[in-house]
Ligand binder design. Structure first.
Ligand SMILES: O=C(O)C1=C[C@@H](OP(=O)(O)O)[C@@H](O)[C@H](O)C1
Ligand SMILES: C=C(OP(=O)(O)O)C(=O)O
Length: 426
């Protein structure tokens, strides 16, 4: 059990582990590229290690030591048919992006993962890939794992996605790279665009027109050096820690500030929090900065619409911050929370309530009442890394001790979380 004590103050200068979305893509693109790709700042969390192990099973040589990775790319068709099932662990990004890649390969694969993956919807990716000509099956007509993919020659398509999902968009664009003609994806709202940026970094031409992004088939990826910035989704827990513990201040260095990910910064500022970007720069097509965060009394706001995909993974910890804000915080248009590692509307409500948090679930979000005094509790991550970490932050602001059960889930995206939190807590 992870134990958290109330903090008097959060202070220091820190770095968070590498961006999860960018780390997955760097390994995948490196494997499919011609030549060597070196990655520094890689996230050695369980999800990205699942991506590495899937590519190793397909004959790609990958060396990984901590945050340094070398991928010996063999070109798009250099992958070999795996003799066993590919295990994606807990990682939705791995299974959905890989579906797009495997749909183009002239062999058969089966992918499966843990209990949480088995409940997550796959037809959002399988449906369009089938329309492009891939033969894919799974439980409930391809909605659930295990997924069996027999890839081959694909037709290009213009896909109107009903959801703003980077995983859906990325799977189709990856498949489109081997389809004849131009493949495009149009989203209802902009989702994170790391795939588009990294395709360009690997030498692929990508065209964006508003909410539509397109690629022409037949383009090659060329291996290169990639430097992964710190994950803003991990930094979000530390930003929240500063905002819920009076007198706190923290400098978080080297954080990715891609505009499709910075909803958390906009929300903290709109709630009245002090957050300053310093030393802004561009690294491998991705904007990066140091974040100076200073405690401020927050007030409740409404969070809805276009901003939701820009902060979807941060909503559990935003809910924790909102308990310490003056007034009500209302989160709408976030039904996607229901299909993450857990149903994050239900798990935020059930776990935060154990501290005495006042949170009401709604069909597409939640309503959080502030300012509420929290009392330390024993909570359960429910196997969801973001729930475990969000509740640890609640523990910093609570009276008495908090215990987090099933804390090992945190390793999915933030190895070293417990130690880092201890180092900055006084
Ligand atoms: O493409 C990615 O790297 C991710 C996309 C998002 O999921 P959706 O595509 O389902 O919105 C996000 O929640 C996930 O943590 C990572
Ligand atoms: C939803 C998440 O990841 P994935 O979809 O890759 O499992 C997450 O990291 O919060």
């Amino acid at each position: 059990m992870l134990r958290v004590r109330p903090a008097k103050k959060i202070a220091g200068t820190v770095r968070v582990p590498g961006d999860k979305s960018i780390s997955h893509r760097a390994v995948m693109f490196g494997a499919l590229a011609e030549g060597v790709t070196t990655i520094e700042g890689f996230l050695p969390g369980a999800d990205c290690l699942s991506t590495i192990s899937c590519f190793r099973r397909m004959g790609i040589e990958i060396e990984q030591q901590g945050d340094k990775v070398t991928v010996q790319g063999k070109g798009w068709y250099g992958l070999q048919e795996p003799m066993q099932h590919l295990d994606v662990g807990n990682s939705g990004t791995t299974i959905r992006l890989m579906s797009g890649i495997l749909a183009t390969q002239p062999f058969h694969t089966v992918m499966e993962g843990d209990e949480s993956i088995a409940k997550r919807p796959m037809r959002r990716v399988i449906g369009p890939l089938r329309q492009m000509g891939a033969k894919i099956d799974g439980r409930k007509d391809g909605e659930f794992t295990p997924l069996s993919i027999r890839g081959g020659k694909l037709q290009s398509m213009a896909y109107q996605s009903p959801v703003a999902s980077a995983q859906v968009k990325s799977a189709i664009l990856l498949a489109g790279l081997q389809a004849e003609g131009v493949t495009s994806v149009t989203e209802p709202h902009l989702s994170r665009d790391h795939t588009e940026r990294m395709m360009q970094a690997f030498g692929v031409s990508v065209v964006r027109d508003g909410l539509t992004v397109s690629v022409e088939g037949g383009q090659k990826l060329t291996g290169r050096a990639i430097s992964v910035p710190g994950d803003i989704s991990s930094a979000a827990f530390l930003i929240a820690a500063v905002m819920v513990v009076p007198g706190s201040s923290l400098l978080i260095e080297n954080v990715g500030i891609n505009p499709s990910r910075t909803g958390i910064i906009d929300v903290v500022k709109a709630m009245g929090g002090s957050l300053e970007l310093q030393n802004e720069r561009i690294v491998n097509e991705e904007p990066v900065a140091d974040l100076l965060v200073t405690h401020s009394q927050l007030h409740g706001i409404e969070i809805s619409g276009d901003i939701i995909p820009r902060l979807i993974d941060e909503i559990p910890v935003i809910a924790v911050m909102a308990t310490q804000a003056i007034g009500q915080t209302v989160i709408r248009d976030a039904e996607e929370l229901k299909v993450k590692e857990t149903d994050r509307i239900a798990t935020v409500v059930s776990q935060l309530s154990k501290f005495g948090g006042r949170v009401t679930p709604t069909d597409d979000g939640m309503i959080i009442e502030g300012q509420t005094a929290l009392t330390g509790a024993v909570i359960d991550s429910m196997g969801d890394h973001r729930i475990g970490m969000a509740m640890a932050i609640a523990g910093l602001a609570a009276t008495g001790e908090t215990g987090i059960e099933n804390e090992e889930a945190i390793n999915v995206s933030f190895p070293g979380f417990e130690e880092l939190l201890k180092n900055i807590s006084q």
